[in-house]
Design a binder for this molecule. Structure first.
Ligand code: ZN
Length: 244
C-alpha cells in the first residue's frame, strides 16, 4: 500500500500475438517506472510490463524469443484457471465474505439481497448487463461501507472523516494520498469484514503517519490490535478476490 499515487501515466491494454499457430492474448502494462520489458504469468494469464516508450516491435520480439516458455505457461494457466463467470442464475457472488447466489427476478430495478440470494432483474437481461449491474451494485456497497469504516476509525484517532473513493487497481487494496484522500479497491467488498477493516485502518493510520514507521504500526494496532494476522490472511488469500 503505497502512500502516493505513482501510476498516473501508467496504461493497460489487452493485446495479442500469433505464436506458431496459436493466438495468445496478453495484458500490456506500460509504466514510467519500468526500464525493461518483462514477461509474467499470474492468475490472470500472460502479462507484459514495459517502459512507456517501448516499441511494439521490441515487445513482439521478446514474446517470440520466449515463445516456448510462453506457450507452455499459458497452457498451464488455462488448465488451472477457474471457469469463466456465466452471469446467469445460480452464479455465486462474494459479498463481505458471504456467498450470495444470483437469482434473476422480474420487478427488480436495482439488485437487492434477500437471505443468501442477490436478486437481479429483469430476467431478460443479457449476461453482460447482469455483470454491469452486479459490479455497479458491489461498487456502491463498497463505497458506503468503506466511507463508514474509515469515518469510524478516524474518530478513534481523533481525526475528521476523510474523503474516500474507490480504486480498481489489481495490485493493491488501498492507498492514502498526501491530500488526505483515501482510495480503497472496490473488489475488497468481496472479502471478509476483518480484511476490509484492516485496509481501512491501515489507510486511516496514514492520515497520522505518511510512512510505515513504528509510530504508524502503533496507530494501526490501536484500531485493529490483531492487524498482523489480518494482514497475513489478506496477503495469503488475496488472489481469490481480485478476479472479478
Ligand atoms: Zn501503507
Amino acid at each position: 500500500m503505497n502512500t502516493r499515487d505513482r501510476h498516473k501515466v501508467t496504461s493497460t491494454a489487452e493485446e495479442f500475438i500469433e505464436l506458431g499457430d496459436q493466438r495468445v492474448s496478453y495484458t500490456l502494462r506500460r509504466s514510467p517506472r519500468r526500464r525493461s520489458i518483462a514477461l509474467l504469468i499470474d492468475e490472470r494469464g500472460l502479462r507484459v510490463a514495459a517502459p512507456l516508450a517501448a516499441p511494439q516491435q521490441a515487445i513482439d520480439s521478446l514474446l517470440r524469443e520466449h515463445a516456448v516458455w510462453v506457450l507452455r505457461k499459458v497452457g498451464d494457466w488455462q488448465q488451472k484457471r477457474p471457469p469463466p463467470r456465466s452471469w446467469a442464475a445460480g452464479e455465486q457472488i462474494m459479498f463481505i465474505g458471504q456467498p450470495l447466489s444470483l437469482v434473476m427476478q422480474s420487478g427488480i430495478d436495482a439488485p437487492k439481497i434477500t437471505g443468501d440470494c442477490l436478486l437481479v432483474g429483469p430476467p431478460a437481461l443479457t449476461p453482460k448487463a447482469v455483470e454491469t449491474r452486479v459490479r455497479n451494485w458491489l461498487k456502491r456497497q463498497a463505497l458506503d461501507l468503506y466511507t463508514q469504516r474509515c469515518a469510524d476509525f478516524s474518530v478513534q484517532l481523533g481525526l475528521s472523516a476523510p474523503a474516500v473513493r474507490l480504486s480498481s487497481a489489481r495490485t493493491r487494496w488501498g492507498s492514502c494520498h498526501v491530500s488526505g484522500r483515501i482510495s480503497m479497491n472496490w473488489r475488497l467488498i468481496q472479502a471478509p469484514l476483518t480484511w476490509i477493516d484492516y485496509v481501512a485502518a491501515h489507510e486511516v493510520a496514514h492520515l497520522r503517519q505518511m510512512n510505515h514507521s513504528r509510530a504508524f504500526w502503533l496507530a494501526v494496532a490501536a484500531l485493529v490490535p490483531d492487524y498482523a494476522d489480518r494482514r497475513a490472511a489478506l496477503r495469503r488469500d488475496t488472489q481469490r478476490y481480485l478476479l472479478l
